[in-house]
Write a protein that binds this ligand. Structure first.
Ligand SMILES: NC(=O)c1ccc[n+]([C@@H]2O[C@H](COP(=O)([O-])OP(=O)(O)OC[C@H]3O[C@@H](n4cnc5c(N)ncnc54)[C@H](O)[C@@H]3O)[C@@H](O)[C@H]2O)c1
Length: 285
């Protein structure tokens, strides 16, 4: 309790998965939450995204923890909408201390059109930039910025016997976005260091959310099968990690988010923190 008491945290992609978990864990540690999500599907992305009901449930869970919450349906690709909704939320909650740029899609698959590249890059990189840059005018000394990368995104796109690590145009866009987050967060950390504002990235391995438990991801992990199931993919999911697990849980990422949000990490900046059960070691990233 109280590890982030008095702080207000913006989380994108907060309707479900890791984003909802971050909202609940931060609320349990006494932060108020601004929860944004698209709450619509994206055509190139071969699995459903969150709904308005999902976002409302995140809001309910934060209130159940006794904290204040502002929810809004916002597309991170739309910087004007982000600014408008964030300004309104900060006016309601009084301040902004932490940004968790978490929203993401993974439109994987060799059958995905070129739009998959555009959508993945726009959500997974431009969306992070839009989120952080919209928040900057509200942040003061002591603030913390956290971007969600991906250990799988850090792997070179080619090189596995000429095969793509993440399949198709959407896989290319995803990988490029996550790799660029590395250099972006390091540069921003240097820029904001003199203002005592911290910037870090967290790179999860397979995480047990709807993004992982989706047919495009099953096909990525079982390219040998035509229509692989969750059970089929669970056989190969563990190959990513050095530790014997098919995935980490959202709460495993949330613990890192709470630490980086709190003053416990007041001199931690410019870090690329892998929460990956040793996947990065195995993949050489
Ligand atoms: N699940 C994994 O295995 C895994 C691994 C590494 C990294 N990640 C990253 O973790 C982050 C969270 O993903 P997750 O695992 O919780 O998956 P998820 O699909 O459960 O959650 C992603 C959330 O982002 C929202 N979203 C998508 N596009 C949006 C947009 N344009 N604007 C606003 N919201 C949008 C979705 O509606 C959804 O609620 C992503 O950045 C993802 O790339 C996931």
């Amino acid at each position: 309790m109280n590890r982030v008491a008095g702080k207000v945290v913006l989380i994108t992609g907060a309707a479900r998965g890791q984003g909802r978990s971050h909202a609940v864990h931060l609320a349990d540690e006494c932060a108020d939450i601004i929860a944004f999500d698209l709450c619509e599907d994206i055509a190139s992305n071969g699995y459903p995204l969150a709904t308005e009901a999902d976002l409302a449930e995140t809001g309910r869970l934060v209130e159940k923890a006794g904290r204040r919450v502002v929810t809004a349906k916002v597309d991170v690709r739309d910087r004007a909408a982000l600014r408008r909704e964030l300004d309104a939320a900060v006016a309601t909650l009084g301040r902004l201390d932490v940004v968790v740029a978490n929203a993401g899609i993974a439109p994987l698959g060799n059958d995905v059109p070129v739009e998959g590249f555009v959508d993945a890059f726009d959500v997974d990189f431009v969306g992070v930039i839009n989120t952080i840059h919209s928040a900057l005018p509200h942040l003061d000394a002591g603030a913390s910025i956290i971007a969600t990368g991906s250990v799988a995104g850090l792997v070179p796109q080619t090189g596995l016997n000429g095969q793509q690590a993440l399949q198709g145009p959407g896989g290319d866009g995803y990988g490029l976005a996550k790799k660029m987050l590395w250099t972006y967060t390091n540069s921003l950390a240097l820029t904001l260091g003199p203002k005592s504002i911290r910037v870090n990235a967290i790179h999860p391995t397979n995480c047990n959310t709807d993004m992982l438990q989706s047919p495009p991801m099953f096909r990525t992990f079982r390219p040998d099968l035509e229509n692989p199931t969750a059970e089929d993919a669970k056989v190969t999911f563990p190959f990513m990690q050095a530790m014997p697990t098919p995935w980490v849980e959202p709460e495993d990422i949330s613990h890192a988010v709470v630490f980086l949000s709190s003053d416990e990490s007041r001199f931690v900046t410019g870090q690329q923190l892998r929460v990956d059960a040793g996947a990065g070691l195995k993949l050489g990233v």
